[in-house]
Design a protein. Structure first.
Lengths: 346, 346
DNA sequence: CTGAAAGCGCTTACAG
DNA sequence: CTGAAAGCGCTTACAG
C-alpha cells in the first residue's frame, strides 16, 4: 500500500495529469508515460523519482484519454432484456468473466423488451466506441446496426436471433428442448397435452411451439386447436388459458408444457389449487424447482454457456478472426424431478 | 429511419470523423459539431447539407472523445458482489434506471466477495473516470479509495458500510429486521430459537445476530451457547448446525431464524426431510417462498429501494450537493406466510 | 451565421 | 536513456 500523499500537494476535486507529474518530477511527459506503463528504458533512479511524484500528487492515469489515443476502449457492451431477471444473471456474469480475462470492462443495460430502447442503448454503446457488442434482442429488426457493423463494431446476438441482418447468434436449442420435453410427457402416457408459451413473434417462443408440434406429430397424436395458447406471459392470461384446457368438457388435457419459466411458475400456482394431479414440464430451470411438491421437471438451458460462448465469439472477432456469421446452437437438458412423471389421471 | 448510406462512401472498419463530414459537406468542423449537437445558429440549408453528409458517410459522434473534452463521462460504476446473484438483480436494475434518467451508462462488475478484486475493479472504474461509484463492499478497508474521493470521485456504498473511511452508505435495517423476525417467533410461543447466519465479520451478519439477541433479551429469554451458529453459508455447515440444534437432547430448538436467503434455502431442505414441524423465519425474501409448503415467512428487504436511494444520493452529489457523509437505513418488512407461525412442537 | 485555433490527457513516431 | 512534437476526435473560447 503506497504511503498517503502529503495533503499539501493534493487539491480537492482536481486531478493531476501526467504533465503535472512530469513537472513535479522534473522530467519529460514521455518519461512519466514510460513509468506508468512499465515500459523499459528508464533508469531506476528516474523511475523512482517519477514514482514518488505520482504518489505525492495522487496521480491515476486517465484511461479515458488513453483509450482515445489507442483506438480501443477495452470495454464491451451488453444489451439485455432486464438486469433484474434471474435468467440473465448467469449470462451477464459469464460475459463479464470473459471480458475480464481480456482486460475489458462491461457496460450493460436493459431494453425492457422495448425495441426502441434496445436501439437507443445499442447505439449509445456504439457512440461510446465499445470494442464490441453482445445483444439479447428485444426487437426483430436490427438493420439500424448495419452501419456500425460495417464500421467495424463486432456484434454477437444471444438467446434470440438478430432480425434482418447477418450476424453471429448463440441460441439454446428451443425446438429440440421443447420436443424432448413433450416427448417425455408422451412417454409417461399422456396423449392430450397443452402448450402455453410466450408471444409467437418471439423467436424462442415460436421454436418451442414448433418443438411441441413435432413431438406430438412424431407420436401420431392429434393436436386440438384449444391445446395451444401462445400469448402474453401475464399470470392472468396464463392461468385462464390453463384452466380452460384443464376444464374442457370433451378433451381436457392431462399434462401441460410451459414455454418459459414465468409461465411455469404461474402454472405451478394454478395446479397447486387443484385436486386432480396434472403433469407439468417447463422450459427453463429455476431456483427451488426441486423444493416444490411435486418438484418441477424442466428443460434446462445453460445460460452461463450462452453468455460465455457469445463473449468468446466476440473476442475472437476482436482478435481479428473474420469467419462468416454463424448460428451456434447449444443443447438443452431434460431434468426429471417429479412433475413431469405424473401419469395421466383416470 | 435514415436512408442507407451509399456503399461507395462507406469504408469498412474505418470511422468517419467530424473532420471527414466537414470536408464532405464543405463546411467547417465547428458547423458539423453544431448540427450534431443541435446547437442554434446554423441556417436550415447548411444544416441540411451537413445532415446529408453525416448520412452519406455513416457518421456517429465518438462520445468517448466528447467526454474527454467535457470532463464528464456520463457513466457511473457499480461494483457488486456477483452479477449472477438474484438478490442483486433488482438493485442493479434500480441503479441502472436512475442512471438512465440522468443520461448515464452503467459499467458494472463482480468482486466475487474478494476484497482485492473489489479494489482492482473500483480503481479501474476510477481510472476510466466514471462520474461516480456505487459499491457493495466485499472488503472492510476502503482507504484505497480516499485519494479518489478527495480528487472528486462521488462514492456511495450500499448493503454494507464502508470500512475505515467516511462515506455515504445505504443499508437495510438488519438489526431491526432480525429483531422483529425473532420477536415474531417468540410471539408464536417459541422460547428456544436457533440463529444460523453468515460470518460475523460481515456487518449485516453481525447486526442480524445482534437483533436476534435483542429480541430474546426483550422477552427475558436465555440464549444457550449452542443456539447461535454464525459462520459459512455453505450448505453442509448450515445443515450440520441446524441438525445439532434440533437434535440437542437437553434443549432442542423449536424454531430457527436464518440470517440470509442462502441459509434459508438450506434450512428449508433440512426441515423438509424431518417429520417434527419446526418454525422458520428467514432474512431476505426469495422467489417462490410463497409456493413452498409451508410457505416461508421472511423479513424482506427492498433491494430495489437500496439501489435507487444509493444512486439518487450519488447523482445528488454529482449535481453539486455536498452534505456530510450519511448512513441511510431502510426499513424491512415481515412477511408472514406460514413457516413462521408454526407453534412449538409438544 | 460560420470557422480557425487551442486544448482535454494521453500515446505514437521520431529525434537526440 | 530521454523528451519535444503531433495527433486521437471532439468541445471551448474567440474572432470574424
Amino acid at each position: 500500500m503506497p504511503s498517503a500523499p502529503r495533503p499539501s500537494e493534493l487539491r480537492y476535486g482536481i486531478r493531476p495529469t501526467m504533465k503535472d507529474v512530469a513537472a513535479h518530477a522534473g522530467v519529460g511527459l514521455k518519461t512519466v508515460s514510460r513509468v506508468v506503463n512499465r515500459e523499459p528504458g528508464v533508469t531506476p533512479e528516474t523511475e523512482h523519482r517519477v514514482q514518488a511524484s505520482i504518489e505525492a500528487l495522487g496521480f491515476r492515469r486517465n484511461d479515458s484519454a488513453r483509450v482515445l489515443r489507442k483506438g480501443r476502449t477495452a470495454s464491451i457492451g451488453l444489451v439485455l432484456e432486464d438486469l433484474a431477471d434471474p435468467f440473465y444473471g448467469p449470462l451477464n456474469r459469464a460475459v463479464e468473466e470473459v471480458a475480464r480475462t481480456h482486460g475489458a470492462l462491461l457496460i450493460n443495460g436493459s431494453s425492457a423488451e422495448d425495441p426502441e430502447r434496445e436501439r437507443e442503448l445499442a447505439l449509445a454503446l456504439c457512440a461510446r466506441r465499445v470494442d464490441g457488442l453482445v445483444v439479447i434482442p428485444a426487437g426483430d429488426d436490427h438493420r439500424y446496426l448495419e452501419p456500425e457493423i460495417r464500421a467495424g463494431m463486432a456484434t454477437v446476438f444471444v438467446d434470440r436471433p438478430a432480425g434482418r441482418i447477418d450476424a453471429d447468434v448463440v441460441l439454446s436449442d428451443s425446438f429440440g428442448g421443447a420436443r424432448a420435453g413433450v416427448a417425455h410427457l408422451i412417454a409417461h402416457g399422456h396423449r392430450r397435452i397443452g402448450f402455453i408459451g410466450d408471444h409467437p413473434h418471439i423467436h424462442t417462443a415460436a421454436e418451442r411451439l414448433r418443438g411441441y408440434r413435432a413431438a406430438m406429430a412424431e407420436a401420431a397424436l392429434p393436436v386440438a386447436e384449444a391445446w395451444t395458447a401462445p400469448g402474453s406471459t401475464a399470470p392472468g392470461r396464463v392461468a385462464a388459458a390453463a384452466e380452460a384446457m384443464l376444464d374442457d368438457a370433451a378433451e381436457p388435457v392431462t399434462a401441460l408444457f410451459a414455454g418459459n419459466n414465468r409461465v411455469t411458475v404461474t402454472l405451478v400456482r394454478v395446479l397447486a389449487a387443484r385436486t386432480r394431479p396434472v403433469a407439468l414440464v417447463g422450459f427453463d430451470d429455476f431456483e427451488l424447482a426441486d423444493l416444490l411438491r411435486p418438484a418441477v421437471t424442466v428443460v434446462a438451458q445453460d445460460a452461463a454457456a450462452l453468455g460465455r460462448v457469445a463473449a468468446e465469439r466476440l473476442f475472437d472477432r476482436l482478435a481479428g478472426a473474420r469467419p462468416a456469421a454463424e448460428r451456434i446452437v447449444l443443447p438443452t437438458t431434460l431434468v426429471p424431478r417429479g412433475s413431469g412423471e405424473i401419469p395421466p389421471a383416470g
